[in-house]
Design a binder for this molecule. Structure first.
Ligand code: PGA
Length: 236
């Protein structure tokens, strides 16, 4: 069964998130779909969603603390209020736009893995690295595992080439297969692909060798589209 995740990034309000979650939850239940579905809303839209299906709501980011003086951040005190136990760590936008270093990411990973959170851990190379070939790409990706316990039980990996995220340019089937193969040989964990996954290519991508599902941004934000994505992958 595939793992299908929607990353809202900085989209949707509290109201539209609540409606999205409700619609997906009802759709999964009424169609007895057993894929693992994850939704990552904005922090302001988190809530104690009373879901009845195998839908999990996670947080896009949080600081590695229970509470304290970290202006602008949230910790487990805020997540516990809503029983959130799933977190996205290492997303390329946090690495490249918000300036998170591998050291700070590893610290966050250690904190949340010690608490048993389900972690979706993202890796992926920028265009200038991809252009140097597969060997350099893999070298770059290995650096993103420094300080990360890849034997952690509750770990899902997501390979998301930076040049494919939000650009409409999906990695080729060959690119995806070759990178996934090497990561899978090293780390025996579910591995999602992310980067311009769309309604009409999600099935092909999720059927590839070494691909266990997809982490989707843009194409997942309209609830009808996300339902179609789930529908297109439910029998894989
Ligand atoms: P995208 O984003 O689907 O809009 O390319 C994917 C992601 O960043 O997780």
């Amino acid at each position: 069964m595939p793992i299908i995740a929607s990353n809202f990034k900085t989209n949707h309000t509290r109201a539209t998130t609540a409606s999205f979650v409700k619609k997906i939850d009802e759709f999964l239940k009424s169609n007895s779909i057993s894929s693992e579905i994850l939704v990552f809303p904005t922090a302001t839209a988190l809530d104690k969603f009373e879901t009845v299906s195998n839908l999990t709501v996670g947080v896009q980011n949080a600081y590695g603390v229970q509470s304290g003086s970290y202006t602008g951040e949230i910790g487990t005190c805020q997540l516990d209020e809503f029983d959130i136990k799933t977190i996205l760590i290492g997303h390329s936008e946090r690495r490249h736009i918000l300036g998170e270093t591998q050291e700070s990411i590893a610290k966050k990973y250690e904190f949340y893995s010690n608490l048993g959170y389900k972690i979706v851990y993202c890796i992926g190379e920028p265009l200038e690295v991809k252009e140097q070939g597969l060997e350099k790409t893999l070298e770059y990706i290995y650096e993103q595992f420094v300080g990360i316990d890849t034997n952690y039980d509750n770990l899902i990996l997501a390979y998301e080439p930076v040049w494919a995220i939000g650009t409409g340019v999906t990695a080729t089937v060959e690119d995806i297969i070759s990178v996934h193969k090497v990561i899978k040989e090293k780390i025996n964990k579910p591995l999602l692909y992310g980067g311009s996954v769309k309604v009409d290519n999600v099935q092909e991508i999720c059927s590839l060798d070494g691909v266990d599902g997809a982490l989707i941004g843009t194409a997942s934000w309209k609830v009808e589209d996300f339902i179609q994505i789930i529908e297109n992958t439910k029998d894989l």
